[in-house]
Design a protein around this ligand. Structure first.
Ligand code: 7RM
Length: 630
């Protein structure tokens, strides 16, 4: 695959990808291993919606990510693992070792009765075995559903049940910063209500004593290393589901976003190589957890599909001190660092003294993902991490898009702080107004949509194609709607301004207000609640909950604590509201809709102009809420 080396080449590639998308993607796809080449590159229909890439082709993404690299790069490091504590030794897997480990895991899965098409839930910390388990699933054609290890019992349970996973792969426990998370204990709770699970494969990470259910539970070390180190991969249809990843929407329960085999493979390989300008032999460090899409696409699949070296880090940027990222960069000679604005802003708080003792000369490219990066954080990152000579790629994309859609191409696209800049080749964005009318010309502002498919896009929501259609293709006919708002400057550069729906982005984690409200409402003392986002210096956005409680509640302080605890237990600590205000009522319209616009203003502390509140049933409730705002 040809690397884009200058801006003109980008423009030519972009032009070609628009004029003849099928020829464009066919050429890129040639270099992969196919058991059978495709008959047709693309069939699509955004109305039904049905999107079909490389129809008739068969391949295996694991073979392409590992086996294909063995001959040339067998002894090259595929995965570097840096543990939570710098006192523990790092681990490395060459491509050959990774191949053997993945084959063993694949054979282990088969021995547990897992077959092509079965769902396997992976609830693992950031250890290589998490990646190995995902790759092993792909190898045998099982569908992995990775659940972030920060999720609590009910979130895990619901995800397992939604896709009826047969197997759960987890660990005894893990350390993250100063914290210990007893993963198996959480899993045990969830497994009380997951009838589809037959076995639980447990990786021993910390030697923490666990409850062991005979017949159901199996230690990883008792099963996996005993297996044969070769395995004949399953030949997968291009559109066979590869994985499910649950993500939050504005309403209802989390959505099981489904990605399929060939399109995802081609798109991750392409976007990784181009966006980061990845060069052979470089060390790529993506700080995202494998439980999120960024971890799937750019910690695992993208780098491996390019024969690259990927670094997995188990810990947090502030442990044992706030220099940890930079220590890792120096220790493993990281060339490309890909992290989130929230991490940058956290480190920014500690000042720049720490950089004096760091070298960082290995760094060549920096990346940002997950939320809009503010200009201040951009400059801080550019100057302190990049020493003003590493381009920053501000990459915009979503769980649903599979990979990066709008981003500078490192060393190629002229940068503009806080702008994700231009669409990648093959990507056709469009801005529309609230009525779906295209906003033409520049500068412009509108809702960000896509008018043409790209190979990495989600194909459906697990078990609910109708919801897929409703969520992404019904707001504006014949367009994929991202849920984000964006501006376009006079040069056509995009700046993503954030969600226009009720999804809140807390530290780069997508949280649906509905989910948090549901958790809060599950407390017997709560009558109703409304959750909105507000600007937060570190997290980007924080959560503000307005809660109506039962008249017999006298101790509101305890109730507030309890509510936080409930959210912790039901969703996970990352979704805990920053602020909780007990209110006597919520601003509702005559049709019973909560006027969130007003609550958002109150949460922001911007109460000078609340706008028209005359359509409220009881406008005086606003006054009352304002008086006790927290
Ligand atoms: C990759 C990921 C998706 C949402 C998306 C946006 C926001 C992501 C950027 C961004 C501004 C960016 N997937 N978002 N990247 N906003 N600039 N570079 O984060 O599914 O978890 O979230 O994140 O709102 O819709 S995600």
């Amino acid at each position: 695959m040809e690397q884009i080396k200058d801006f003109n080449t980008y423009k030519t590639a972009y032009q070609k990808s628009i004029e003849n998308p099928e020829a464009f993607w066919a050429e890129i796809s040639e270099e992969f291993l196919w058991y059978k080449k495709w008959d047709k590159v693309l069939n699509w229909n955004f109305e039904t919606p049905e999107i079909n890439w490389f129809d008739g082709g068969t391949t295996n993404i694991c073979t392409n990510a590992i086996d294909r690299n063995l001959e040339k790069f067998g002894d090259r490091t595929a995965i570097i693992w840096e543990p939570n504590s710098p006192d523990e030794a790092a681990k490395k897997f060459t491509y050959r070792e990774l191949h053997q480990a993945v084959c063993q895991c694949a054979n282990a899965l088969l021995s547990l009765g897992i077959a092509k098409g079965d769902r396997v839930c992976i609830y693992m910390p950031m250890v290589p075995e998490g990646a190995i388990a995902m790759l092993a699933c792909a190898r045998i054609g099982a569908i992995h559903s990775t659940v972030f290890a920060g999720f609590a019992v009910e979130s895990l349970r619901d995800r397992i049940n939604d896709s009826e996973c047969k197997l759960l792969i987890t660990a005894d426990a893990f350390h993250r910063g100063e914290k210990t998370v007893e993963l198996k204990t959480i899993a045990d709770e969830a497994l009380k209500q997951t009838p589809s699970i037959q076995h639980c494969l447990v990786f021993n990470r910390t030697n923490t004593p666990i409850n062991f259910v005979q017949g159901r539970d199996i230690w990883w070390h008792d099963l996996v290393p005993q297996q044969a180190t070769t395995h004949e991969p399953e030949q997968m249809e291009a559109e066979a589901p590869l994985f499910i990843l649950y993500t939050s929407g504005s309403t209802g329960k989390p959505k099981g976003v489904v990605h399929t085999t060939a399109g995802y493979m081609v798109f991750m390989a392409y976007t990784f190589k181009q966006v980061f300008n990845y060069r052979d032999g470089e060390v790529f460090f993506c700080t995202a957890d494998i439980g999120w899409i960024t971890g799937h696409s750019y910690t695992i699949y993208g780098p491996l599909l390019n024969g690259g070296t990927t670094l997995m880090f188990e810990g947090v940027p502030t442990y044992p001190d706030h220099g940890r990222f930079w220590d890792i960069v120096d220790k493993h000679k990281v060339n490309i660092l890909y992290t989130a604005p929230t991490a940058i802003r956290t480190l920014e708080m500690f000042g720049t003294d720490i950089f004096k003792a760091k070298n960082l000369s290995s760094l060549r490219v920096l990346g940002s993902v997950g939320e809009p990066i503010n200009e201040e954080a951009w400059h801080w990152y550019f100057e302190n991490a990049g020493k003003k000579n590493c381009p920053i790629v501000d990459t915009w994309w979503q769980t649903e898009t599979g990979g990066i859609l709008i981003s500078p191409i490192a060393t190629v696209t002229p940068l503009k702080p806080a702008f994700a800049t231009l669409p990648l080749p093959g990507v056709q964005p469009i801005l529309v107004d609230e009525n779906g009318k295209e906003v033409v010309g520049n500068p412009a502002e509108g809702r960000l949509c896509m008018k043409f498919p790209w190979p990495g896009m989600a194909r459906t929501l697990y078990g609910n194609h109708e919801r897929y259609k409703q969520t992404y293709f019904s707001t504006y006919p014949n367009l994929y709607f991202s849920g984000d708002g964006a501006k376009r400057d006079e040069n056509g550069y995009y700046r993503i301004t954030g969600r226009v729906d009720d999804v809140i982005n807390v530290s780069g984690h997508r949280i649906g207000t509905g989910e948090v409200e549901e958790a809060i409402n599950s407390n017997d003392l709560v009558v109703e609640s409304a959750v909105v986002g507000f600007p937060h210096d570190i997290k980007g956005q924080g959560l503000y909950a307005f809660v109506i409680c039962n008249s017999d509640v006298t101790d509101t302080e305890t109730l507030v604590k309890e509510i936080k605890h409930t959210v912790n237990e039901r969703i996970g600590a990352f979704a805990r509201p920053d602020k909780i205000q007990i209110v006597p009522g919520l601003p509702k319209t005559r049709s019973g809709k909560i006027m969130r616009r007003i609550l958002r203003k109150i949460a922001e502390g911007d109460t000078s102009n609340l706008g028209d509140i005359s359509t409220l049933i009881d406008p005086s409730v606003v006054e009352t809420i304002l008086k006790s705002a927290v």
